[in-house]
Design a protein around this ligand. Structure first.
Ligand code: HEC
Length: 174
């Protein structure tokens, strides 16, 4: 790659500093254009650590909803992730998204941890009673049994963790 560092414009002659990337097959000690390494150099740490040596970014899925020392955070995190995947399999996010394509009078969002925690009881009822999903015309469209089972199983596990986490918060209110 070659970029002329001088540019000519109508108003006369100008110079500019241009940063370029180059690739050479001619060996490490004969660069085509002399270069300076970019700093800082890779420090061999693949993961981002904070000053205290903790891996960042830390999991913040339920920040604000539960206290950081709630012992159910890890279970909540894993059960939520499984449920979110099952909802994706069952196409719930075709309609339950912020731009409300269907549209619903009361937009029900379930794809953030806090939303899912708030709607889990309703979600379980809707799936159990075959009220969801709908087809394009708004008619109820039964879920395939495998999807339904997977949703109910992962939903129940998540619902249980939400309950356990809430109970713990209630018992440890200062
Ligand atoms: C084709 C669009 C569409 C799809 C796909 C869809 N929904 Fe819905 N959903 C709606 C609409 C529209 C409403 C509001 C109207 C109603 O209550 O019937 C709704 C309402 C809901 C409600 C609230 C019911 C209540 O008690 O107020 C829940 C919970 C829900 N959906 C869960 C789901 C789940 C879980 C899935 C995936 C298995 C899903 N939906 C898939 C369109 C959809």
């Amino acid at each position: 790659m070659f970029i002329k560092p001088r540019m000519r414009s109508c108003s006369g002659s100008k110079t500019a500093k241009i940063v370029i990337g180059q690739f050479t097959e001619r060996g490490s000690d004969s660069p085509v254009v002399s270069t300076q390494p970019i700093w800082p150099r890779f420090d061999s740490k693949w993961m981002w650590m904070d000053k205290e040596g903790r891996i960042q970014p830390r999991v913040t899925l339920f920040d604000g909803l539960f206290r950081p020392n709630n012992p159910y955070l890890a279970t909540l995190d894993s059960t939520y992730r499984t449920l979110a995947l099952r909802m994706r399999d069952a196409q719930c996010d075709n309609c339950h998204v912020p731009n409300n394509p269907m549209p619903m009078r009361r937009l029900v969002l379930m794809h953030t941890p806090a939303h899912a925690a708030g709607e889990i009881a309703r979600l379980m009822t809707a799936v159990r009673e075959d009220k969801m999903p709908l087809d394009d015309t708004g008619a109820e469209q039964p879920l395939e049994p495998a999807f339904k089972r997977a949703l109910l199983e992962s939903g129940a596990a998540f619902e249980e963790s939400v309950k356990a986490a809430k109970d713990w918060e209630a018992a440890h209110r200062d």
